[in-house]
Every structure is written in C-alpha cells, then in structure tokens.
Design a protein around this ligand. Structure first.
Ligand SMILES: Cc1cc2nc3c(=O)[nH]c(=O)nc-3n(C[C@H](O)[C@H](O)[C@H](O)COP(=O)(O)OP(=O)(O)OC[C@H]3O[C@@H](n4cnc5c(N)ncnc54)[C@H](O)[C@@H]3O)c2cc1C
Length: 468
C-alpha cells in the first residue's frame, strides 16, 4: 500500500507530525528502530530526567526544606531502586501513550531501521534482518540527535563510570563524587539530581559562564544558587582527557586562557557537552540529501530538503534542540503537506532548566539586544518582594522583562525562580501577540501568586513596580 507520508523516527518531532498528518486525512506510517516510541525525549531525555528531578527534589525538600515550616520529619532514607522504578514507570506510561495515539489515528507503526532508497521509497530492516520497502508520496526525516562527546578528546563512554545522559539517568548507586563535563542544561539538571541525593558534584565548563547563550545576569545568579546548594564550578576550563582509573575516572583540564592543567578524580564522570544530529545509516548520501556544515539535514523555510518529497524536522535540523521546537515543526510540516500554511515562530520558543529554582527564558537576552544594537529597557522584580514566594519560602530569583525602548514591545523575558517553567508561558503568549510591557503590567494577576512578580517586572519596565 502506498502512504501519503512515511516519518522516520518517533520522537516528539516525528510522532507529532504523524498524528497531525493523520488528523488532516493522510495515510501515515512511522518507522522507529528503538523498541518503544517517543524518541530520545520520552525514553532517555526530557521525561525520565524530569521524573528524577522531581523525586530528588522531594528527597532534598524532606531533608532540608520542611522544619522551618513547622513540619518535623525524621531524616529521609533514599531508596534509589524505587526512585528509578518510578522513573521507568513514567517512561512506560508515556511511550505506551504514543502507541495508543498511533492506533487511535490509524497510523502504522513499523519497528525497524529506516533507510531512504530514493524519493518515495523507504526500506525498513527489522531486528531479524528482514526488509520491506514502503512506498510513499512524502518522507519526513525526524531521526533526532545523539551524544556529541568532547571536541578533540577521545572518551570511552561505558555508561557506568564514564556516562552520557543515558547512563546518568540510570546509575545504580549514588556516586560519592561526580564530575560533570559541560555546564549546559542537561549537565546542570542531572548534576542537580545526584547532588541532591548526596554526590559531591563538580562542573567543568569551557565557557566563562554556565548555561551559555542564556541571559548573562540570569546565568551568573543561577550559578551562585547552585553553588549555595553545594555544586562546585571550574569555568573557562578546557577538558583535555577523561580516562578510567581504578573504580572511577580522572578528568584533566586546563584554563582556556592558558595555565597549569589539573586533574580531578571522581566515581562517575558525566559527559554532557551537547548533542549532534543523527543521520547515520539513513542513506542520505545515496539519496542525494544535502547536509549543512554542522552535519544537520539542510532545509528551507518549509522544511524541504534539496530532494523533492523529502523533508526534515527536529534535532536533525538547525535550531534549538528542544522537544517542543521539534513538535511545533512536526505540526507545521503536516499542515504544509495538507496544503495549509504551517508556520513556526522561532522568536518565541521558551527554554526551561528544570532545576531548583527553575530557569526559564523566551525571546532575546540583553547580550543579544546589545549585539544587535537594539535600544531596549529592562524591568526587574525579585521574588524576595513577592508574598506567595515568602509564604512558600522560595524567594530565590527574579523576573526580568526586556522591551523595545521606543515601542514598548516585549522582546525577551527571563525568570529564575520556583515555577519559572510554568510562568514563562504568559510571556510567550504576550510575545506571540506582539504585546507590550504595559499590556502585561495592566493584566490583572491573581493574588497571591508567583506570577505577580512577572506583572511587577512588566510594571518596572514601562513605569514603576508597586511592591518595591
Ligand atoms: C537527558 C536529556 C534531557 C532532555 N530534556 C529536555 C527537556 O526537558 N525539554 C526539551 O524540550 N528537550 C529536552 N531534551 C532534548 C529533546 O529530547 C530533543 O530535543 C527531542 O527529543 C528531539 O526530538 P526529535 O523528534 O527531533 O528526535 P528524537 O527524540 O531524538 O527521536 C528520534 C528517533 O528517531 C529514531 N531513529 C533514528 N534513526 C532512525 C532510523 N534510521 N530508522 C528508524 N528510526 C530512527 C531514534 O531511535 C529516535 O527514537 C533532552 C535531551 C536529553 C538527552
């Protein structure tokens, strides 16, 4: 049978594209080489990491956060196996949810490795080595990304002692010492998990700042908060070697600006230096599909590759490697294939770090506005001045709103604080509608909420906050 659409990869890009296309009346198949659907995100990424972040946060809260509220409990005991079982059950529920949605939308899920033979033809080889060829009008490459490793350093990841994020969400005991190579989102999230459970965590980062690319003020203050929680940082440090040693491993690094190298030892080293597009074995070269200079599938503004009938979305193409970006591209592409006007607004893609406190950001940073020569105004409001934050003892952090100096249109919002990942969406909606800081500041916010700090930061941007 010929399909309207064959999607290769069932991550948030691929499965969402498939469902949307089926909803719009297309006959769709999804090819997935993993045993379960949902891609990196549901199997080894967003979902399991958030399950562990939540559980470890509860553990830390029970240990340190309750006595001041008059809730006295004995010191909590960690049952790591049970915590991991919780994570696994959350993953299972989510990946089974995708299978259910495929059935509901009459999508054929085909287990096996997909290879593009030519436009209109995808060969799928299953575990037994059997091959079938699917005929289709359109092909979507949604094969995602894989661990990138450390540039210029040969590292043997065994997922036990030297681990990627995949091993980092599945350790069977809490390491005494952990070194995290890379101070980006994944490193800080998983570093937080193990630090809360008792590991002494040291982060080694090439840049002078953690969360490179985030607003500078946000990352500086956030680093201080993590340091208060016990994490150590070596910034501006270039890792030159990661080797196993005894039961643990050694990491050697030297100052990027030059200077003496040092070596640290740890029980576990987490390599979290980023991810790279995954295109191996897809047959792209034979099919004539062009890659860009960073190995990503090259696409135009409508997700078209250079070969007619072949499209690509998600981590395997340019743009931030985020699940919701992949999902939105999947929806937009399905709509385009159905003759509609699918579109993704890349200026309004929120980014969240699910630590405690959370960090959330949408739109431009101050550094980006300065570099682009945009004249802007900034308004800030700290959670120390927010009643709900005081009531919940979560006064760390602030909200910052950046707006165009002339028009007052909001260009970026950055939040460090409890629940930042939920609060950021009012800023995203405002920005989608081209709203101003005055619009945000004049919108009635329920009292007492953490979100009142967003309103106050907006008031601070166009005039003055009330509560400061
Ligand atoms: C630890 C961790 C935490 C993360 N946390 C977050 C988060 O909180 N929020 C967020 O937005 N993002 C997060 N991410 C990033 C997020 O997981 C990715 O951006 C997202 O999964 C990309 O979706 P995708 O559909 O492009 O690809 P993927 O999810 O990578 O899915 C691609 C799928 O294609 C399959 N595949 C590849 N080649 C073939 C082939 N030839 N044939 C058949 N199947 C194939 C793969 O097996 C895979 O299942 C996290 C990532 C990691 C590693």
């Amino acid at each position: 049978m010929a399909y309207d659409l064959v999607v290769i990869g069932s991550g948030p890009g691929g499965y969402v594209c498939a469902i949307k296309a089926a909803q719009l009346g297309m006959k769709v198949a999804v090819v997935e080489k993993r045993a379960t659907y949902g891609g990196t995100c549901l199997n080894v990424g967003c979902i399991p990491s958030k399950a562990l972040l939540h559980a470890s946060e509860m553990f830390a809260h029970a240990a340190h956060g309750m006595a001041d509220l008059g809730v006295e409990v004995p010191a909590p005991k960690l049952n790591l196996a049970k915590m991991m079982a919780h994570k696994d059950s959350v993953v299972k529920a989510n990946v089974e949810g995708v299978s259910f949605l495929f059935k509901k939308n009459k999508i054929d899920g085909i287990q096996g490795t997909g290879k593009i033979v030519a436009a209109g033809k995808v060969a799928v080889t299953n575990e037994k080595g059997e091959e079938q060829v699917l005929e289709t009008k359109n092909i979507v490459i949604a094969t995602g990304s894989e661990v990138a490793g450390i540039p210029g350093v040969a590292v043997e990841i065994d997922e036990k002692v030297i681990v990627s994020s995949t091993g980092g969400i599945a350790l069977d005991k809490v390491p005494g010492k952990m070194i995290v190579v890379g101070g980006g989102v994944i490193g800080l999230e998983l570093g937080s998990v193990w630090s809360r459970l008792g590991a002494k965590v040291t982060v080694v980062e090439y840049l002078d700042t953690i969360l490179g690319g985030m607003d500078g003020e946000v990352s500086k203050q956030f680093q201080r908060m993590l340091a208060k929680q016990g994490m150590e940082f070596n910034l501006g440090a270039k890792v030159t070697a990661v080797v196993k040693s005894g039961n643990g491993a050694k990491v050697t690094f030297e100052p990027v600006k030059g200077g003496e190298a040092q070596t640290l030892e740890a029980d576990v080293v987490l390599v979290a230096t980023g991810r790279k597009p995954y295109t191996a074995g897809l047959g792209l070269e034979e099919a004539g599909v062009a890659l860009d200079n960073r190995g990503r599938v090259e696409i135009d503004g409508h997700f078209r590759t250079n070969v007619a009938g072949i499209y690509a979305i998600g981590d395997v193409v340019k743009g931030p490697m985020l699940a919701h970006k992949a999902e939105d591209e999947g929806v937009a592409l399905a709509e385009i294939l159905a003759g509609q006007h699918g579109h993704v607004n890349y200026d309004v893609i929120p980014g969240v770090v699910y630590t405690q406190p959370e960090v959330a950001s949408v739109g431009k940073t101050e550094e980006e506005l300065k570099a682009a020569g945009v004249s802007y105004k900034a308004g800030k409001f700290p959670f120390t001045a927010n009643g709900r934050a005081r009531a919940m003892q979560v006064t760390d952090g602030f909200v910052k709103v950046l707006a165009d100096k002339e028009t007052d249109r909001v260009l970026g919002v950055h939040i460090v604080g409890f629940g930042a990942g939920e609060m950021i969406h009012e800023a995203a909606v405002l920005m989608e509608f081209g709203g101003s800081s005055e619009d945000l500041g004049r919108t009635c916010h329920a009292h007492p909420t953490m979100s009142e700090a967003v309103k106050e930061a907006a008031l601070a941007t166009f005039f003055k906050p009330i509560h400061m």
